[in-house]
Write a protein that binds this ligand. Structure first.
Ligand code: ADP
Length: 309
């Protein structure tokens, strides 16, 4: 076991077409290393290939070409070990309505061949806050509780790597916070976490590293901090003393009037100093009543990298 929890090399997937639809190349040769112990985010627009990728990791979709190694086990050489190393919390709420949470965990543990003496159903139910629902029928659980049960099921065989497909899509803030807490706790205890998300805020908040996928290829892969630093666009917002007659004009600065009477000055911190922006404002005869700056967020990075499509 090296420093990578997952190694992906030259991964391709083409879905067979039908009479109505042509074959679809969903992954076009993906190389990716996911460091052990990290919280790793897979981001990308709809149809980018994220689900295909994680379903291949989970052993639910058969790849067309390439190699996948999970916790040191090549999927093709050691399929059982590589599958045992990973747990997946799916997006759909596919739960047997007549099972209680405890029964669902016991059945899942049985599927993974976890001996009775090593089962941790009660501990896991406590972790996800379902201990007092252990004997309720799944059909009586709220949507939020079902989602927590799905997380619990992914944990029964104590996997090294946990994959979460859109873990907080459509959940309320309280449940999102709880799931985030659970994920952080599992990560602190040493579990490697991979999550797909639409919510850039979630990626910014949770992920150490991020890969952005577009049209079946990885278009960026870096630490969250570096991805954000790559975007050095800044916007300075000036509240003028009086409505300005003309806007500042200077190379490297774009000036816009905003609806609320402020002036937005956009520039690149690597090329233009804040001092120069202020000079340009004064040169245009604009008195500065107040001032604030806005920084690029992951949304800007994401748009920049996926817009070319
Ligand atoms: P994402 O999870 O990023 O939204 P997907 O992996 O679901 O992307 O899909 C990638 C591409 O593969 C899309 O164009 C999608 O329509 C196609 N696709 C996904 N699953 C299948 C399938 N079972 N059969 C045919 N095409 C599929």
């Amino acid at each position: 076991m090296g420093a990578s929890a997952i190694e992906i090399r030259g991964l391709r997937k083409t879905y067979a077409g039908s009479a109505k639809s042509p074959p679809k190349e969903a992954l076009k040769g993906v190389d990716l290393d996911i460091p052990a112990g990290s919280v790793f985010g897979l981001l990308g627009p709809n149809g980018a290939g994220k689900s295909t990728l994680i379903n291949i990791l989970a052993g639910l979709v058969i790849k067309s070409a390439g190699h996948v190694t999970i916790w040191g086990f090549d999927q093709d050489v050691n399929p059982r070990q590589s599958r045992a190393a990973i747990g997946v919390m799916p997006q759909e709420l596919n739960l047997d309505p007549f099972f209680t949470p405890r029964a669902a965990l016991e059945v899942q543990a049985g599927l993974y061949g976890v001996p009775k003496s090593q089962r941790r159903s009660d501990e896991i139910l406590r972790l996800v806050g379902l201990e007092d629902k252990a004997e309720a029928y799944a059909r009586a659980l709220s949507g939020g509780m079902r989602r927590r049960l799905l997380l619990a099921k992914a944990l029964v065989h104590s996997p090294h790597v946990l994959v979460l497909d859109e873990p907080t899509a459509g959940v309320d803030i309280e449940l999102r916070q709880m799931l985030w807490e659970n994920i952080r706790k599992l990560n602190r205890e040493g579990m490697t976490i991979i999550l797909t998300t639409h919510y850039l805020e979630e990626a910014e908040e949770m992920c150490d590293e991020i890969a952005i996928i577009n049209h079946g290829a990885v278009v960026a892969r870096d630490s969250t901090a570096n991805l954000l630093a790559r975007m050095d666009a800044r916007t300075m917002i000036v509240v003028p003393e009086a409505a300005p007659k003309a806007l500042p004009e200077m190379e490297g600065i774009r000036a816009d009037r905003r609806g609320d009477g402020t002036i937005a000055l956009t520039y690149h911190a690597g090329q233009t100093r804040a001092e120069d922006v202020l000079d340009a404002v004064r040169a245009a005869g604009i008195g500065i009543r107040d001032l604030r700056t806005e920084q690029a967020d992951l949304e800007d990075v994401f748009l920049k990298l996926t817009q070319s499509a």
